[in-house]
Ligand binder design. Structure first.
Ligand code: NAD
Ligand code: UDP
Length: 391
């Protein structure tokens, strides 16, 4: 039965069943919302947690006029050790694998968990898809590029300005990681090996696959605010670290001077790209896609300054006297941390195959995200930080 939707080549799209592993996380929650709101597809949502998709599972999800709950089924399972996984993959037309340990604070402090999660635990997913002739969209990372070639050039070399030395291309750039004792690279290396395995399954056994390399997707529901909806000692990714600092009126911590550069893309733009991949298999299969926004490049220091300005606007609070402080990476992350210097995605392949382009500027995406953070967390943080009265 056709859905009324057509793909990029004008062919009707049939409703499909999607097994989404890691559906309860940041990206998964936005992808579930998008699929339920705009398509007729059905989701088998697999995760150990469902807090971020609870609102979709309730019978009233989808508003007064329609319920989404009959098109999403939550399966609480750990893909490490659950025999139900193969059955779910067999029931689906397509599997999207998002499950991973993917916060940098874990890479050097829990390298074994990081490698097992990103390589060993993903193996059965690839195997079941390959053996059962099912399509797989696997989430990798821009971190597989590691460092740029440019960062090894002398500081004053004019070649540093040449995009050949820093723009990251799926089919041309090398993957450059640091030495083994820099355990930061445990994540990138595990992701690279699973990419190579998926690619080999495609080449040797005909697996239909797409690999996604997200470049710093950010937005509402990313990670957690320490001590509020996550562990108090936990270190989330930079967006939630800085939001947490702003909500608590603490200085934002710049690791090693905040000189690293990142390009940030709004989650809602990025999810459009994933939907195009889901609904255009003929254009997406056998491809690796960078998904990011090359126009939104900043240093981490500039990100801190912009988030401070945006937060002042959305909260109505004046900034604190010293809005940032410098910390060493050893102090912040511990031994074995290292960093990607610069991450600019080349967009040629995703443009050619799917015609996708990001739309949202960094200022606008921070404004909508910090409005959400302030509305969701400000009261809870205020309560948690208010000192009990002395007796
Ligand atoms: P997230 O941590 O919010 O989501 C991951 C989800 O996977 C979590 O809900 C977690 O509970 C689940 N999960 C982990 N291990 C599991 C297991 N063994 N069994 C069942 N569920 C398990 O992370 P995210 O930001 O949504 O990232 C999703 C994917 O995208 C990851 O593979 C990550 O490496 C990749 N990625 C994301 C970004 C980004 O910008 N957000 C950047 C690069 C790569
Ligand atoms: N960072 C920082 N202060 C923080 C958290 C992160 O300066 O409180 C830096 C981190 O060292 C890195 C960048 O911000 O250079 C982005 O970190 P994130 O955790 O988002 O992940 P990454 O982009 O490295 O995968």
């Amino acid at each position: 039965m056709a859905s009324g939707r057509v793909d990029l080549d004008g062919n009707p799209i049939n409703p499909m069943t999607i097994c989404m592993i890691g559906a309860g996380g940041f990206i998964g929650s936005h992808l579930c919302e998008k699929l339920l709101a705009e398509t007729p597809h059905t989701i088998l949502a697999v995760d150990v947690y469902n807090d971020k998709i609870k609102h979709l599972l309730e019978p009233s999800g989808g508003g007064a006029t329609s319920s989404w709950a009959d098109r999403i089924q939550f399966h609480r399972l750990n893909i490490k050790n659950d025999s139900r996984l193969e059955g779910l993959i067999k029931m689906a037309d397509l599997t999207v694998n998002l499950a991973a340990i993917c916060t940098p604070a874990d890479y050097n402090t829990r390298p074994l968990d990081t490698i097992y999660s990103n390589f060993i635990d993903a193996l059965p997913v690839v195997k079941y898809c390959s053996e059962n002739g099912k399509r797989l969209i696997h989430f990798s990372t821009c971190e597989v590029y590691g460092k740029t070639i440019g960062c090894f050039l002398p500081k004053d070399s004019p070649l540093r300005q040449d995009p050949e030395y820093f723009v990251l291309k799926e089919d041309a750039s090398p993957c450059i990681f640091g030495p083994i004792d820099k355990q930061r690279w445990s994540y990138a290396c595990a992701k690279q090996l699973i990419e190579r395995l998926i690619y080999a399954e495609g080449a040797e056994n005909g697996l239909e696959f797409t690999i996604v390399r997200p470049f710093n997707w950010i937005g509402p529901r990313m990670d957690f605010i320490p001590g509020i909806d996550g562990p108090s000692e936990g270190v989330p990714r930079v967006l939630a670290c800085f939001s947490n600092n702003l909500l608590r009126r603490e200085p934002l911590k710049l690791v090693d001077g905040g000189e690293s550069q990142r390009t940030f893309v709004y989650i809602k733009d990025a999810i459009e790209a994933v939907l195009l991949m889901i609904e255009n298999p003929a254009r997406a299969n056998s491809h690796i896609f960078n998904v990011g926004n090359p126009n939104n490049e900043v240093t981490v220091r500039q990100l801190a300054e912009m988030m401070t300005q945006v937060y002042t606007k959305v909260s109505g609070e004046s900034p604190i006297e010293s809005p940032t402080i410098d910390v060493s990476s050893k102090e912040f992350y511990g031994e074995g941390y290292d960093d990607s210097d610069k991450r600019i995605p080349d967009m040629t392949i995703i443009n050619r195959q799917l015609g996708w382009n990001p739309k949202t500027s960094l200022w606008d995406l921070l404004e909508s995200t910090l409005t959400y953070q302030h509305r969701t967390y400000a009261e809870a943080v205020k309560k948690a930080t208010s000192k009990p009265l002395a007796s």
